[in-house]
Design a protein around this ligand. Structure first.
Ligand code: FAD
Length: 544
């Protein structure tokens, strides 16, 4: 599968030719996790599938999440048992398909007293049962010396106990890319930077989408027997193209994250912190960075690709630090990266506060029979795909074969040798003298590329600039295998340098030079691409 799981930017023209000439069983609009998961599932079950995204794959909400594959304990506390059952059990299935993109970590809840500890233990026990958690991974209570040893930064006077349970840390954008490439390996035709601007119809049924490629200016129609609108926060905009009278059904909620150097907040695990307004946020350690999130506030400005990050958002996320840790308070000046996304939640007229809205997903069939899907969580993407495929099969008027988990191929990079988890894979990369890389680089490459890290290294093992853990081969890999066409595609969503580097800005110019070489850009194009990414970063820091 890995050999043909290729989305090459150099073959865009032939992909467009294919999209414009073939007729597909299923056409998917939107290349976030919802669209990518659906395209993969449908292609694996034998449907011919086309998918287009207006921006880049994962450019929307699916690159702005907290990056957890989790059931969401808080939804259990709110009684949403079905949602939690679905997502809790999905965790180990996704781990089986892609161990590099689902790293088991301890989620630690600092607790002030025993009463809270006992009630949470009960909730976590239910959570573990729903998720079929293995005995070695079940919850632990930490107090006294265990707490001091495992998470020494927690203020033990305020929080003498902690409950630790297993969750999985992922890389959202790379999970999307892995699903997209897997869909391609199963025969799907996919294209980013290709916006849907209208529907074609035969009688009263939509039979195609009108698409405009932003890079070539080509305009074409993709014909399909069933069309699914998986455009996340933009679902309603697409519905309007189908039916100008369509009623709104989404409640958009903005969620932001801020990242600090781990030296400012040297935690070791994933932590749950309480906010002033009695919500919970996460503090998550990834490499040399700790990120905090998320906010959850109603967003009134419609579906924006880059929602504004305000000083108020940033201060809200930094506020809990001195109340939970013995570390000193952090200021907005300590923030090295931020990201914001919009949750496409299903509106409920009785609930105004987005934190209270369910994270369930919903399908709506429009007057031209376009199936619109929204809501849900990253974690539940496979279950969501199965559900949408049920409606697709109905419209196609045929049964689709069941996809037994055992038959389901690993996601690209997920075919780990028996007994290997991320540390073993990273150790094997480090031990190979041909790679000549240090331990932090091996860890990073194992996490981003899994077993494909060796192929990435074969394209170039030199750091992209002195002191960086990113290597030159990643740039060519991103363009030739993962469909990256712009500097932003590589910087934000392939190499994740915008999010998890100590000095993200330092990578922009060197990366632009590598991209120029791979893509054959002239001087002005290279400069324009670098300038666009710099401006993008600057606007995320406009709160200062
Ligand atoms: P998107 O990822 O937004 O994808 C929609 C795509 O449609 C975009 O790529 C866009 O470019 C494309 N599009 C739009 N218009 C057009 C058009 N006209 N033509 C073609 N394409 C178009 N879930 C978890 O499980 N774990 C978490 O830790 C978690 N944390 C979260 C934190 C935050 C702050 C937020 C906001 C969400 C979080 N979620 C989490 C939820 C999860 O991220 C979302 O449910 C999921 O990413 C939604 O994916 P999607 O594919 O539906 O939408």
């Amino acid at each position: 599968m890995t050999e043909s799981a290729t989305i090459s930017t150099f073959t865009r023209a032939s992909t467009i030719d294919r999209l414009a000439t073939e007729s597909f069983d299923l056409v998917v609009i939107g290349g976030g996790i919802t669209g990518a998961g659906l395209a993969r599932d449908a292609a694996l079950r034998g449907l011919s599938v086309a998918l287009v995204d207006a921006a880049d794959f994962a450019a929307g909400t699916s690159s702005r999440s907290s990056k957890l594959i989790h059931g969401g304990l808080r939804y259990l506390e709110r009684g949403e048992i079905n949602l939690v059952r679905k997502t809790a059990s999905e965790r180990k299935e996704i781990h089986r398909l892609a161990p590099h993109l689902t790293e088991p970590r301890w989620m630690v809840m600092p607790l002030a007293g025993r009463t809270m500890l006992y009630s949470l233990r009960l909730a976590v026990t239910t959570y573990e049962r729903l998720g079929g958690v293995a005995p070695r991974d079940t919850q632990q209570t930490w107090s006294g010396s265990t707490l001091a040893e495992n998470e020494p930064l927690i203020d033990r006077k305020a929080f003498p106990f902690a409950l630790a349970y297993r969750e999985y840390l992922t890389d959202d954008a790379r999970l999307v890319l892995a699903n997209m490439r897997s869909a391609v390996a199963a025969g799907a035709a996919v294209l980013n930077h290709a916006r849907v601007v209208g529907f074609t119809r035969q009688g009263s049924v939509a039979d195609g989408i009108e698409v405009r490629c932003a890079l070539s200016e080509r305009e074409f129609v993709v014909r399909g027997r069933v069309i699914v609108n998986a455009a996340g926060p933009w679902v309603e905009a697409l519905q309007k193209l189908e039916n100008p009278e369509a009623q709104p059904f989404l409640h958009l909620s903005k969620g932001i994250h801020v990242a600090l150097p781990a030296s400012k907040l040297p935690i070791r695990n994933l932590l749950v912190l309480n906010t002033v307004d009695k919500r919970r946020i996460f503090a998550l350690r990834r490499d040399e960075v700790v990120y905090l999130g998320t906010t959850d506030t109603t967003y009134e400005h419609g579906a924006d690709m880059w929602p504004e990050i305000t000083l108020e958002d940033v201060e809200y996320l930094l506020e809990p630090i001195p109340r939970h840790f013995t570390a000193s308070a952090c200021s907005p000046d300590d923030v090295i990266t931020t990201w914001a996304g919009l949750r496409p939640l299903i509106a409920d007229p009785n609930k105004k506060n987005p934190s209270e809205l369910s994270r369930r997903d919903e399908l709506l069939v429009g007057p031209l029979r376009v199936i619109s899907v929204a809501g849900g969580k990253l974690t539940g993407y496979r279950a969501m795909a199965r559900r949408v495929l049920g409606s697709v099969a109905e419209q196609l008027g045929r049964d689709l074969p069941e996809l037994a988990l055992v038959d389901e191929p690993h996601l690209p990079g997920g075919d780990f040798p028996e007994g290997f988890e991320l540390p073993e894979l990273a150790a094997s990369l480090l031990a190979d003298p041909a790679h000549a890389i240090d331990a932090p680089t091996a860890d990073r490459l194992a996490r981003l590329y899994g077993t494909e890290a060796r192929a990435v290294l074969a394209l170039g093992n030199m750091p992209i600039h002195a002191g960086s853990r990113a290597v030159a081969g990643e740039v060519r890999w991103a363009v030739e295998q993962e469909g990256a066409a712009t500097l932003e595609d590589v910087y934000y969503r392939r190499m994740r340098l915008a999010l998890f580097e100590l000095e993200p800005a330092a990578a922009i110019e060197p990366l632009a030079s590598f991209m120029a070489e791979v893509m054959g850009w002239d001087g002005p194009t290279r400069a324009a691409q670098a300038q666009q990414v710099q401006a993008r970063m600057a606007s995320d820091f406009a709160f200062r």
